[in-house]
Design a protein around this ligand. Structure first.
Ligand code: ADP
Ligand code: MG
Length: 236
């Protein structure tokens, strides 16, 4: 059965999130402290332990940087942009990673520009989060379909569809909540950050998924062209 998701209204406040971040960071810190103490006692540096310590530090760094995207009031410069171009840049950035995982991007972009009023870096962040999830969902490789087109109702529709493991139905209602993750090195913040950003663009983000079949994320954003034209007409 297909499940649908629209969850922007369920997002927690930054305050609650901060408590969660503190909790999430405490675990790797405890590990780090343990290993350091061991090295102090044995006066020896075990390379395996150092690797673990580095990966715990990376994890803290990731949690903090994802949290900052949410918590820091960023200088936002909304501009009229073609999302096809933004997506192309992200895809070329992720190309090597996709290739390493046997993942192929298949694009289906409209011929005409898909203009939205957006903060480019934030949208890039969303696309990176979603594409990384798609790649991570296909450990044996596969195809990610990316569709982008302006819709007749002055909206732009962006679809990212993978053929990965899918999301268990019991997890669906919790997507977008912080720290929901089934990955060893996951933060469970990517979807939440993405939903926040799309919400800030007056858009919607929906997830449909079927276990063993794949996952489809649909983003709908208001088209910018129509708004600009109206304003131009008013001025003349
Ligand atoms: P993270 O990737 O750090 O785990 P996210 O917020 O990006 O955090 O995703 C939360 C969880 O949602 C993932 O751990 C995974 O269980 C599930 N998920 C998200 N996207 C997909 C996808 N494309 N395919 C399968 N599961 C997904
Ligand atoms: Mg993720």
């Amino acid at each position: 059965m297909e499940e649908l998701l629209r969850r922007s209204e369920k997002l927690t406040t930054v305050g609650q999130l901060a408590a969660g971040v503190a909790h999430e960071i405490r675990n790797p810190l405890t590990t780090l402290r343990g290993f350091l103490q061991l090295q102090q006692e044995t006066k020896k540096a075990n390379p395996d332990h150092i690797d673990l310590m580095l990966s715990e530090l990376d994890r803290i760094n990731l949690i903090v940087s994802e949290f900052l995207i949410l918590a820091k009031p960023q200088a936002v410069h909304f501009q009229q942009k073609d999302v096809r171009g933004i997506m192309r840049e992200v895809l070329s950035f992720l190309d090597t990673q996709a290739h390493l995982h046997g993942v192929q991007f298949r694009l289906d972009f409209a011929e005409e520009p898909a203009l939205v009023h957006c903060e480019e870096n934030q949208l890039k962040q969303v696309f990176i989060n979603l594409l990384k999830n798609a790649i991570e969902a296909m450990p044996k490789g596969g195809v990610v379909r990316i569709e982008m087109r302006p819709e007749p109702n002055e909206q732009v529709k962006i679809t990212i569809e993978d053929e990965g493991e899918g999301i268990p139905p019991e997890l669906m209602p919790h997507l977008g909540e912080p720290f929901i993750t089934n990955k060893e090195t996951g933060t469970g913040l990517g979807l939440m950050v993405s939903q926040r950003i799309i919400q800030g663009h007056q858009g919607t983000l929906e997830v449909e998924s079927e276990v063993g079949q794949g996952t489809k994320v649909v983003i709908v954003l208001p088209a910018a062209g129509s708004v600009a034209e109206e304003e131009e007409q008013k001025e003349s």
